[in-house]
Design a protein around this ligand. Sequence first.
Ligand SMILES: Nc1ncnc2c1ncn2[C@@H]1O[C@H](COP(=O)(O)OP(=O)(O)O)[C@@H](O)[C@H]1O
Ligand SMILES: O=P(O)(O)OC[C@H]1O[C@](O)(COP(=O)(O)O)[C@@H](O)[C@@H]1O
Length: 304
Amino acid sequence: MIVTVTLNPSVDYVVRLDSLHVGSLNRTNDASYFAGGKGINVSQVLHELQVDSAATGFIGGFSGGFIKQSLAVKGIKANFVEVDEPTRVNIKLKTGEETEINAAGPTISTAHLTSLLKQLEQYGEGDVLVLAGSIPSSVPSTLYGTLAENAAARGMKVVIDAEKSLLEPALSNPLYLIKPNHHELGEYFGVEIDTVEEAIIYGKKLLNYDIQHIMVSMAEKGAVLLTKEETLQAQVPKGTVRNSVGAGDSSVAGFLAGRTKGYSLEESFRLSVATGSATAFSEGLATSEEVELLKPHVRIQKLV
Ligand SMILES: Nc1ncnc2c1ncn2[C@@H]1O[C@H](COP(=O)(O)OP(=O)(O)O)[C@@H](O)[C@H]1O
Ligand SMILES: O=P(O)(O)OC[C@H]1O[C@](O)(COP(=O)(O)O)[C@@H](O)[C@@H]1O
């Protein structure tokens, strides 16, 4: 079973405007609500790709109710720990460019955290733990380290998609996959990464840790997949970006779906990139039909 953990889920409120005037009244052209947060997006896309997962994390209030209902309607397994304050609402402004306002999230008590740790004890050998996104400020900043350590000790594969400060405490454990985008990889080393060549140089430095797969996504510039044995580069398909929120989560889901279905490394990477792009080119998350249409347009090269 793939278990996705979203410690800080969100309702993504996507608002379209011709332009934004800060300090004035703005009226929207249209607006939509999506169940979001990185692990939850991974679960939704896995489901679309016909791979089972279970979503967990902390959820609360009216906004949490919306997320639970959205997952239930799709038939996605979910078992969240209920917290007292509402789940956050993240604002995604589309004005020709994309502006995001991601909220801090609710307070998590020690009892809530203990419930989550207890719940995760049911998973072990053969299961995959996905830790994705920011964490509420009320939980220890080293929590991904603790969760990764517990999971690895029980024989789980651990996937992390999170910024440096959250990833770093987990790096002493064996990790199956990390997926920084090129900005996050740059932040990791205090440099700016603009080219595929730079992404490969800095991505390879992280291979010194016990990490099996490092995927660096670079939005329209493509992606690279690094293992100790191989370096693969992907060119993304061309298309019109409609809403890139969730594109990175979709790439994680695509890769895990490929591996779960027994695809080769190269075909899993192709599925990953096609899934990320299918989400970027659609209003919400990718559909399997969109992914299938894009797959033949993803070019993968093996580099030495
Ligand atoms: N403008 C784009 N054109 C084509 N594909 C895109 C675009 N933006 C994102 N993607 C797809 O989504 C994946 C993840 O996007 P990226 O923006 O790098 O990640 P994140 O959402 O984590 O910042 C990319 O590898 C690519 O497959
Ligand atoms: O936990 P964070 O880092 O605040 O990110 C949360 C946001 O990330 C998303 O999961 C989208 O992530 P990506 O665009 O990186 O795939 C949104 O659904 C959500 O609003």
